[in-house]
Design a protein around this ligand. Structure first.
Ligand SMILES: Nc1ncnc2c1ncn2[C@@H]1O[C@H](COP(=O)(O)OP(=O)(O)OP(=O)(O)O)[C@@H](O)[C@H]1O
Ligand SMILES: [Mg+2]
Length: 378
């Protein structure tokens, strides 16, 4: 299209524009009246030249757009800036709509505006293909969501199994137990059953699409109230000790998730024990170095909740992969590889991070770091 000056050969240009069928190319005077028409215009919009020449170009716009003054706005922009470009729905003669890509160029002569050249391209097919692609992408995202729910279900089944193991272990020991010990076993089984019931409620809440809001919990108190569950989960040859910070250990967490994470860690410690040993559950407030812990926010205090054992420890390649979902070194049927991924998921969903310190023969310490100081913010 020419911007300035009259075409060298008006007749030649006319023939050239006539031949273009993929684009509607036409000229408007300064007020928007149609001065010329081409084959592309006929093809795309369905009007012949005699039907539109002399009419105002707003006849191609939808009634809503005319009401909102869109055609005038387009010309105003083109005359101010020299060019106006847009994409939108336009109307054909038969009333059907098509997706249009539109460019309006202002034509100046001797410094004054004489009219506009308007080029309209029908991009309906392209637009529909893009819409179909978007739909396909949405369907894929939905499928991925379903897969994630499947993984979550596995995780919950896994947590449930841990609780059943506590109940079974307690029941096994019950016939031979007496007095205070008997009472402790009964309490442990009852607490595990109650946690199982809460887990089922959580699952139902999730299925109904309710999200589980973390709440302010005193982690020391949570650990204290379930101490017997951890002792049972630790099995007969381990001793469970608690080393709880003398500090404000209130943080925003989901209590069931934290307890499930601790049971998972204690179960791992138990499995790593070849001879009688100690499992140490500890809490402390720390300000981690972001250089060592990329998940940490500089200058922020975290509550470290850790489970340490003096078991066999991990080879470096195991330590690096241990938190991956389904990663396990245990025999089929013994481990699903979901314990540490639940721990990791819990810590990151709580706004924190988790890490493993371990070496062969040196035992293992897994730490969940949860942002502290929320009690003051809350
Ligand atoms: N305390 C630990 N000491 C030594 N190795 C550990 C310890 N905790 C985890 N591991 C290693 O990390 C792997 C992954 O642990 P994770 O808890 O995710 O799965 P798992 O214990 O194998 O199976 P699941 O917990 O699903 O029954 C374990 O198979 C084990 O090799
Ligand atoms: Mg495990």
């Amino acid at each position: 299209m020419t911007h300035a000056g009259a075409p060298a050969s008006p007749q030649g240009e006319h023939l050239l524009l006539q031949g273009v069928t993929d684009y509607a190319i036409y000229l408007l005077d300064a007020s928007g009246t149609i001065l010329s028409w081409n084959t592309g215009g006929e093809r795309i919009k369905g009007y012949t030249g005699s039907e539109v020449i002399g009419r105002h170009f707003s006849c191609f716009y939808t009634p809503e757009e005319i009401q909102h003054g869109v055609p005038e706005h387009a010309l105003a922009i083109a005359s101010q800036e020299g060019r106006y470009e847009t994409e939108g729905w336009r109307v054909r003669k038969d009333g059907s709509r098509f997706r249009a890509h539109i460019v309006i160029d202002a034509i100046y002569r001797d410094g004054g505006l004489v009219g506009f050249a308007k080029v309209t391209r029908d991009i309906t097919e392209h637009y529909q293909a893009a819409a179909q692609r978007r739909q396909a992408e949405q369907a894929l995202a939905q499928a991925q969501k379903i897969a994630a729910v499947g993984q979550l279900t596995l995780g919950i089944a896994h947590d449930f199994n841990n609780l059943l193991a506590v109940i079974t272990a307690s029941l096994d020991l019950l016939p031979a137990a007496e007095g205070r010990r008997r009472q402790m076993l009964v309490d442990a089984a009852r607490q595990a059953a109650a946690r199982g019931a809460r887990l089922t409620r959580q699952m139902l809440a999730f299925a109904r699409g309710q999200s589980l809001e973390p709440e302010l919990h005193d982690v020391n108190a949570l650990i204290g109230s379930a101490a017997e569950v951890y002792r049972r989960a630790g099995g007969p040859i381990t001793q469970c000790v608690f080393d709880l910070a003398e500090a404000d250990t209130r943080v925003m967490v989901d209590a069931e998730q934290l307890e499930a994470a601790l049971v998972n860690l204690v179960a791992n410690a138990r499995d790593a024990m070849e001879q009688p040993g100690t499992i140490r559950i500890a809490t402390r407030i720390t300000r981690p170095d972001p250089a060592l812990h990329p998940g940490a926010v500089a200058g922020r205090d975290y509550l470290y909740v850790s489970v340490a054992d003096d078991g066999r420890g991990m080879e470096e390649h195991v330590r690096q992969r241990a938190m991956e979902p389904f990663f396990t070194t245990k025999d089929v049927g013994r481990g699903s590889g979901l314990g540490l991924s639940q721990v990791f998921g819990f810590a990151s969903q709580s706004g924190g991070f988790a890490f493993i310190e371990s070496a062969p023969g040196e035992g293992t310490c897994v730490t969940m770091a949860i942002p502290a100081g929320e009690a003051a913010d809350a």
